[in-house]
Design a protein around this ligand. Structure first.
Ligand code: FE
Length: 191
């Protein structure tokens, strides 16, 4: 895959279709500047501000954009909320579609064929491998990202986090919890 990507980049650069420096700048941006801390800020705001939560659930692209997070692979965002009765888990069965502006680049497992195929057949089993065991009665919904729609999961706010401010709350929000493959950290675990 590495070789194929490099060959493709060489051909495109030689023909003048892409500027290698521009590609480097893009990769650097998403590898070092944009990441799941963005999404964590969105989730912490939703936990503390009911009006923002409503906006996020109704028009995620606009609500997320209001915090300054927008751009490629985040043009059509949908936010879903995990509750005691319903848990959402995100996959891209076709490839690796992922909400870059809020989560950065996808982890390797998200792009792997085993995750993409198994999560739709056995979400509970896959969650167990991530160390997540949900109550029997919790419905699990697997959401398939597309080239257009990208999902942000709002994890359940952890118990014992009542007194925390937005910044402390954001520290509890893990990348995996915003994919649905994990839960937000308990305040004690974060400390
Ligand atoms: Fe994809």
């Amino acid at each position: 895959m590495d070789l194929r990507v490099r060959a493709l980049e060489t051909v495109l650069a030689e023909k003048g279709y892409v500027d290698p420096a521009a590609l480097d700048a893009l990769v650097d941006t998403y590898q070092t500047k944009v990441g799941p801390r963005n999404g964590a800020k969105v989730v912490a705001r939703a936990w503390t501000d009911p009006a923002f939560r409503e906006w996020l659930l109704g028009d995620a692209t606009a609500a997320i954009g209001s915090l300054g997070f927008s751009g490629r692979q985040g043009e059509h965002m949908v936010a879903v909320e995990n509750t005691p009765s319903r848990h959402h888990l995100v996959v891209c069965t076709l490839c690796s579609c992922y909400p870059w502006p809020v989560l950065g680049l996808p982890p390797t497992w998200y792009k792997s064929a085993p995750y993409r195929s198994r999560v739709v057949r056995d979400p509970r089993g896959v969650l167990a491998e991530f160390g997540v065991t949900l109550p029997e009665g919790t419905e699990i919904r697997v959401l398939d990202s597309t080239a257009e729609i990208r999902y942000l999961v709002i994890p359940q706010r952890p118990a014992g986090s009542q007194g925390l401010g937005e910044e402390a709350l954001a520290a509890l929000v893990t990348r995996d919890s915003m994919i649905g493959a994990g839960l937000a950290l308990a305040p004690t675990a974060a400390r």
